[in-house]
Design a protein around this ligand. Structure first.
Ligand SMILES: Cc1cc2nc3c(=O)[nH]c(=O)nc-3n(C[C@H](O)[C@H](O)[C@H](O)COP(=O)(O)OP(=O)(O)OC[C@H]3O[C@@H](n4cnc5c(N)ncnc54)[C@H](O)[C@@H]3O)c2cc1C
Length: 342
């Protein structure tokens, strides 16, 4: 039975696993590893430690189906809409730029519910807190090492982490990447920003006319969302939750600062935009060192095959662009590369 490892339980990795299961007729041993403690990657949803129902999307906020992909990816949207995982975005987002034909969706249970859905469909063994450090060739198989525990062997490996994290891997993989591929991978770049989630007590009123707002006049804050309002969920048992995204210049300037210091700066700036906010009961500050792709891998649409026998493929938004459609496009390309090997 072929043993396949997908590294990364974000949107690309979870969808690769689900698609692979769908197209494989025979038995398949499918494993997904992620270094984080939960699934989602940059589509993560954080819960209040006081109330798991109170959540914020710290990365992706809403899903935009654009005209060029509407037909091509219709089945993916239909599936998520049928399962109630996506719902049309109906609440007002001030300053949102809409192109003709765009359709926006929100995930009522948080954006990470999309990833959880695909992981469930994949039937894979999913292991968290497994940080891959080395990939070596052993007897025509991949021996994959992680920070803790013994190395394990696989027939096929799919890497879906941000490209700089692929380039950090040690072992035989370093020499297997050709000079030309390395150049392409090194040219992939990402923006950086911080996200701050604020959770409030049940019954707290935050009276704003919007569910989300793009800010253009603040050096630190770019976007604010009232996450429960964005998803159209109101409950007397659950307080409101806010998520704040910083601007990219602020993110870059404070990349090596402590998260605690950065959180204080964001809260100070927030006071200028929304004066008199109540004290939150819990907070969560997230650094996105690799936030959104600013320059994707040239000449490698969707995926890059690093080695053929055994197969080692990488995918993710670094090979397309940073949104739902970009990750679907990449996962479909990875699947195409894998089809003849399973
Ligand atoms: C602030 C922000 C706002 C965004 N807004 C939107 C939006 O509104 N709409 C939209 O569609 N998109 C948005 N995006 C982009 C979208 O979130 C990404 O394009 C998408 O989530 C990328 O998914 P991925 O699976 O390719 O990568 P990731 O989500 O980064 O998944 C990679 C996974 O690999 C894991 N990993 C990394 N290194 C290792 C290792 N060595 N071993 C094991 N695991 C490892 C990581 O923990 C991670 O879970 C936003 C992103 C950010 C950060």
């Amino acid at each position: 039975m072929a043993r396949v490892l997908v590294v990364g339980a974000g949107l690309t990795g979870s969808l690769c696993a689900a698609l692979l299961r769908k197209v494989t007729a025979g038995p398949l041993h499918l494993t997904v590893w992620d270094k984080a403690g939960d699934s989602g990657g940059r589509m993560t949803t954080a819960s209040s430690p006081h109330n798991p129902q109170s959540t914020v999307d710290l990365g992706a906020q809403y899903i935009t189906c654009t005209l060029p992909y509407a037909k091509k990816h219709q089945s993916f949207y239909d599936e998520l809409l049928t399962h109630g995982i996506l719902k049309p975005l109906t609440s007002p987002i001030e300053g949102m730029v809409m192109k003709e034909g765009d359709c926006n969706f929100v995930a009522p249970q948080g954006v990470s519910s999309i990833i959880k859905h695909y992981l469930k469909e994949s039937g894979a063994d999913i292991c968290f807190r497994k940080c891959v450090t080395q990939i070596n060739l052993r007897n025509a198989k991949w021996e994959v090492s992680k920070e803790t525990g013994s190395p394990e062997q696989f027939d096929i490996v799919v890497l879906t982490m941000p490209v700089p994290q692929i380039l950090q891997l040690q072992g035989d993989i370093v020499d297997l990447i050709s000079k030309c591929q390395r150049q392409q991978l090194e040219s992939v770049s990402y923006s950086s920003r911080y996200a701050l989630g604020l959770f409030y007590e049940a019954g707290t009123k935050i009276d704003v006319p919007w569910a989300g707002q793009y800010i253009t006049s603040n050096p630190c804050i770019r976007f604010i969302s009232m996450d429960n309002k964005k998803r159209n969920i109101a409950s007397s048992e659950m307080g409101p939750s806010l998520v704040i995204h910083t601007t990219v210049p602020f993110g870059v300037a404070h990349l090596e600062h402590s998260t605690k210091d950065v959180q204080e700066l964001i809260v100070q700036q927030l006071e200028n935009i929304l004066p008199g906010l109540p004290q939150p009961v819990a907070t969560k500050c997230q650094k996105w060192r690799y936030s959104q792709v600013t320059n994707a891998a040239a000449n490698s649409p969707g995926q890059m095959t690093l080695h053929l026998k055994p197969l080692l493929v990488c995918g993710g938004d670094g090979f397309t662009h940073s949104n739902f459609d970009g990750c679907i496009a990449s996962a479909l390309c990875v699947l195409e590369a894998l089809k003849n090997h399973i």
